[in-house]
Design a binder for this molecule. Sequence first.
Ligand code: COA
Length: 260
Amino acid sequence: MAFDNLLLDRDDAVATITINRPKVLNALNAPTLDELRRAILELKADAGVRAVIVTGAGEKSFVAGADINELAVQTPTGGREHALAGQHVFDLVENMGKPVIAAINGYALGGGCELAMACTLRIAADTARLGQPEIALGIIPGYAGTQRLPRLVGKGRAMEIILTGAPITADEAQRIGLVNRVVPAGELMAESKKLAAQLAASAPIPMRYIINAINRGVEMPFADACQYEATLFGLVASTEDMREGTKAFLEKRKPTFTGS
Ligand code: COA
């Protein structure tokens, strides 16, 4: 796959997508969003890929939001389509069925924070800044920021972050649950790769079901979500990896998962 605005690297079962528009702090314009959509679909279909890292080129920014040059000229109907297209791409990230780690190497603002929130896990450099500054542009978040942020950090904190537009530090983001871990900037990629490799070595079918059960379950009434979980729990009993995992434990050895 050839991309103008993304770099795609592969190291065994871990793929790394780097948003690569450093001159504009990796702002997401329409072609970049579309390339991200294509990359996610390709990596989803590739059974050899077990975990994905998303990061930004350069040291300053993960993604500094949607491209403001495009926002400045959008029409009402175009704006709606633009938001829906971005939401669609981020839904693909959230539901690709493989763990996606946002390695937040700097500014994750607006669409950048929304992209990070769509990822399965978030590791931030201690230099990172996260926020939803749309209010300062006279707009509102459009890639599901008003929805994913309260689900991650609670309504009160989401209100404050989106209404003030003020970015928060990586430490503050970790304190409120917006990122999972904060690491020294120089260790961000190594730590992200280590976590990705660990997840990539796990059995992929339960990995997919866990992501699915959590993503879908939090949107359902509790009793329905538990029924859903039980169905997936039963379904994994059909896999070789369940047999291997339980057998290996009883035989006091490490399991070898095959993905079947
Ligand atoms: N869209 C388009 N261009 C952007 C951009 C965006 N979201 N964010 C940054 N850029 C561009 C700047 O216009 C600048 O271009 P120039 O070199 O041609 O002047 C370049 O990236 C570098 O940004 P600059 O503002 O000079 O860097 P800084 O270190 O002073 O500030 C930020 C960094 C992130 C605080 C600042 O760029 C910013 O506030 N960006 C917009 C963030 C935002 O509102 N995102 C939400 C969009 S919905």
